[in-house]
Every structure is written in structure tokens, then in C-alpha cells.
Design a protein around this ligand. Structure first.
Ligand SMILES: Cc1cc2nc3c(=O)[nH]c(=O)nc-3n(C[C@H](O)[C@H](O)[C@H](O)COP(=O)(O)OP(=O)(O)OC[C@H]3O[C@@H](n4cnc5c(N)ncnc54)[C@H](O)[C@@H]3O)c2cc1C
Length: 426
């Protein structure tokens, strides 16, 4: 019997999922596995496990994936282990797997895991394959070598729009049955989190690929809010000012190609305007940060980021940092945004820019502390997008402007003129 381990990482769905398709197409017995390696954020600045909302979103997403597999008489093997690679190696030996198949990731630690596994696989005669299901384009579609990836987004976007085509989403694989008890595999139980949602939340939904499609239906077809996205995307309050696809995209409950396919269908059947284009434009930002992460490896996480020549002026002060995390800086917009994050696990893009700029440029604190706190708490945490955006604002990333400071007073006048956002969260 040709057996393989299918390693789920941030691709928690069954449709448009190359590693899933490859596993079920080429092997008789597929063992689907998810390993929760706990919190990865830098413990130098933030202690403790993942934030409760991020944890709940992940568990919901895993439960939906497992429910999907169970309809085919399969089951997700859920393990809590700190060392994913070692765990996979032991499991592969235990069950006599011929291969380990998983999704390709773009950030340093994850790429390192892939390389380590490949190296080990070679010595054991076990095939190790990683397939890209995350981005709109494959690496071979890029109209330049990875090393020549433009360091400015507008140049990247110009080239991609001119020379590259987004790949079509693929169908769901034919899932075959699998019973972990046949192999005596001990696994953990997935238990729904009891965390309750704050009534004020901008993300009144739970994780999982079925919930993801419901949100997509809501944003495109039911409310048609995508038609005004360009005008509303800088909003701070409520469900519909932006798509809220990010938590689903980050865990892979939804693929970027599925969003793009559905957007195209909407443009053909309902309307295509500046706003529908702008949603694609933002997906290109997501795309850009993935390739930047792959190109720059560990520099994305280093103090100097991508600009070693820039002088570092930021330091660290624990008490000041705690004022920022707890929403007690004295700046209304910043404090309300931080409270929203603590109480929901989400924050709008405009708020993220404001609080990040405030931490770095007003408080003079090390950008990595802010990024680590976001990593711990955001339900849509994605390493490439998080660290890429933080570097951008700290002036150590891909911003052609050397210094990008947001004046929070001006921001409040422009984006919260009646003080509704601040009143909601104060
Ligand atoms: C300091 C900082 C940290 C951030 N950390 C993350 C993170 O960990 N995970 C994450 O997904 N996004 C992150 N972002 C980007 C952005 O804030 C969120 O993607 C967005 O707010 C999610 O809401 P939405 O899905 O409604 O976005 P929409 O405005 O509806 O955009 C649609 C999609 O485009 C992508 N997108 C939009 N803006 C960006 C951007 N600036 N960078 C990358 N992708 C983008 C997202 O996948 C998003 O779901 C960060 C931004 C900043 C300034």
C-alpha cells in the first residue's frame, strides 16, 4: 500500500489545494496531519501562549477541516508537539510512509523546516514534496528571478499586471478513507473554544473553510459591498468596510486564487469598477510580501530589516510597551485600536498603521516588539504580511519613502471625525 503523510500547515481547506490534490491522486493511503507547535512569537517581548481569539479561530478552522475529512471517512490527526519536523519524521517511520507532502511556505523558519525534511527524506528514501497553494502566481510565473524581485511594490505590481496571469483555482480532491486507529496513532481531541465574541467586533464570524465561503458570499453577492471597497476600505468600525478575508487567507481556509476567481465571476455577472479592481490590488500586496519574505529570509525578522544601512534609533522600555499593548498611551485613536485588538483579535488596516507608527516613531520603541505582540494576538496573523508591514512602517522595508510617520491627531480628524470609533472602544 502506497502511504503518504499529508502535512497541513496554513492551508486548512480541501478545495484549490495542490498538496492535497497531489497526495490523494498519487497515494493509496493518505494520513492527514496537523501539528500545533504552539506560539512562535519572540518571547523576548511577549510572553504566554497565542491570544485567545487567534487560538479560537485556529481551532474552529481545524474542526471544520476535520469535519470535511470525516464526510469521506477520513480524520485529521491533530498533534501538539513543539518540533514539527521531528514529529513528522517519527510518524513517517512508524507508519512506513513513502512520502510527506505539504504546502510550501515563504518565511525563514518554515522554509528551513522544508529544507531539513528534504535532506532527511533523501537519506531515508522518503519523498518530500512541497507545493505552492498560497499565492496567486507560482514562482515560475514571475517575470523575473526571485533575486531580481523589485524592492518597490509599484514596480512589482506593474510587471505582474503586464506579464503574469493568475492561476485558476482547482477543484476539490477525491478524499480517500483513513482511520488513525488502524495505526494506533495517538492524537489530541479538537475542543471548541468557549471564547465569546464582543458585540462590537468587526469580525462576527468563526474560522473554517465553510465560514470563509459564507463571508465571501456575504461580501460579494449578498451585500455587494465590494462595489464600494475603494471608498470604504479605510474604515475603522463594522463588518463591511473591508472584506475581512484576511483571517481565512492567513490560515488557508480560503485561497487567494479562490477569491480572485470569485471576484472575476462577480465582475462578469454583476459589475466591474474601480473598487473591484482595488480588492485585487490589495491581494497583490499580500502576494508581494510573500515573495519579499522568500527573497530576504531571516532579514525580515532582524532588527535592521531590509535596510542595514539605516541607523537604529529605537530602543525598548517595558513599561512604555505595556502602555501601548494595554491601550493606555493617552492617545485616543491608538488606545481604542489596541483595546479592539485585545478584545477581538482584529484591527483595521488603518488602525494597524496608526498604532505601528505610534509605537515606532512617537514612542521610539523597537518595531519587533510590536510585531511580536501582533503575532501573538491577530486572528489573521501571517508572518510575511505582518513582518513586511511592520518593516515598511519602521522605515526598514519596502517603502520608497524613508520616513513614514502617521500623525494620529490628523488621522482621527480624517477617519473618525465624530469620534464614533474612539467612543466605541474607550
Ligand atoms: C503593522 C501591520 C501588520 C499587519 N499584519 C498583518 C497580518 O499579520 N496578516 C495579514 O493578513 N495582514 C496584515 N496586515 C495587512 C492588513 O492590515 C490586513 O490584511 C487587513 O487589515 C485585513 O483586513 P481585510 O481582510 O478586511 O482587508 P481588505 O482591505 O479587504 O484586503 C483584502 C485582502 O488583501 C490583503 N491585504 C490588504 N492589505 C494588505 C497589506 N497591507 N499587506 C498584506 N496584505 C494585505 C489581505 O489578504 C486582505 O484580506 C498588516 C498591516 C499592518 C500595517
Amino acid at each position: 500500500m502506497r502511504t503518504c503523510i499529508l502535512w497541513f500547515r496554513n492551508n486548512l481547506r480541501l478545495g484549490d489545494n495542490w498538496p492535497v490534490m497531489q497526495a490523494y491522486m498519487n497515494y493509496d493511503l493518505v494520513i492527514p496531519v496537523y501539528i500545533d507547535a504552539g506560539s512562535q512569537h519572540n518571547q523576548k517581548w511577549v510572553n504566554g501562549p497565542r491570544g485567545e481569539f487567534r487560538e479560537a479561530f485556529l481551532i474552529d478552522s481545524l474542526m471544520e477541516l476535520n469535519a470535511g475529512l470525516m464526510t469521506y471517512d477520513s480524520e485529521l490527526v491533530f498533534l501538539r508537539e513543539t518540533q514539527s519536523v521531528n514529529t513528522l519524521q517519527s510518524l513517517a517511520m512508524e507508519v512506513g510512509a513513502m512520502a510527506i507532502i505539504g504546502p510550501k511556505e515563504f518565511t525563514f523558519n518554515e522554509v528551513f523546516q522544508e529544507e531539513t525534511l528534504k535532506h532527511w527524506g533523501k537519506s531515508k528514501g522518503i519523498e518530500i514534496e512541497f507545493y505552492n497553494e498560497k499565492t496567486l502566481f507560482l514562482q515560475r510565473d514571475l517575470p523575473f528571478k526571485l533575486n531580481d524581485l523589485p524592492e518597490v511594490f509599484s514596480r512589482f505590481r506593474g510587471k505582474m499586471e503586464k506579464y503574469a496571469h493568475v492561476r485558476e483555482a482547482i477543484e476539490e480532491a477525491d478524499i480517500s478513507p483513513f482511520d488513525p486507529d488502524d495505526f494506533n496513532i495517538t492524537r489530541e481531541k479538537l475542543i471548541k473554544s468557549a471564547v465569546s465574541q464582543d458585540k462590537r467586533t468587526a469580525v462576527p464570524f468563526r474560522g473554517g473553510y465553510i465560514n470563509a465561503w459564507e463571508e465571501l458570499d456575504y461580501y460579494f453577492w449578498e451585500s455587494e459591498k465590494v462595489l464600494e471597497y475603494k471608498q470604504t476600505r479605510n474604515g475603522l468600525l463594522g463588518r463591511g468596510f473591508s472584506s475581512k478575508f484576511s483571517p481565512f487567507l492567513s490560515l488557508g481556509c480560503l485561497s487567494a486564487r479562490q477569491v480572485k476567481s470569485e471576484l472575476k465571476r462577480f465582475e462578469e455577472e454583476v459589475e466591474s469598477n474601480e473598487s473591484t479592481y482595488w480588492l485585487f490590488f490589495e491581494l497583490l500586496w499580500r502576494e508581494y510580501f510573500q515573495w519579499i519574505a522568500l527573497k530576504h529570509g531571516k532579514h525580515l525578522f532582524s532588527r535592521h530589516g531590509l535596510k542595514p544601512e539605516n541607523i537604529i534609533e529605537q530602543g525598548f522600555n517595558k513599561r512604555a510597551f505595556e502602555k501601548w499593548t494595554s491601550g493606555n498611551t493617552g492617545d485616543g485613536l491608538v488606545d481604542s485600536s489596541m483595546k479592539e485588538l485585545a478584545q477581538t483579535g482584529f484591527m483595521s488596516n488603518r488602525s494597524r498603521q496608526n498604532v505601528a507608527s505610534f509605537l515606532v516613531h512617537d514612542m521610539g520603541l523597537d518595531w519587533r516588539a510590536g510585531a511580536a505582540y501582533f503575532e501573538q494576538n491577530l486572528i489573521d496573523y501571517d508572518p510575511a504580511s505582518n513582518y513586511g508591514n511592520w518593516l515598511y512602517i519602521a522605515g526598514r522595508g519596502n517603502d520608497p519613502r524613508p520616513f513614514r510617520k502617521f500623525n494620529t491627531k490628523v488621522q482621527a480628524e480624517r477617519y473618525d471625525p465624530k469620534g464614533e470609533f474612539v467612543n466605541t472602544w474607550s
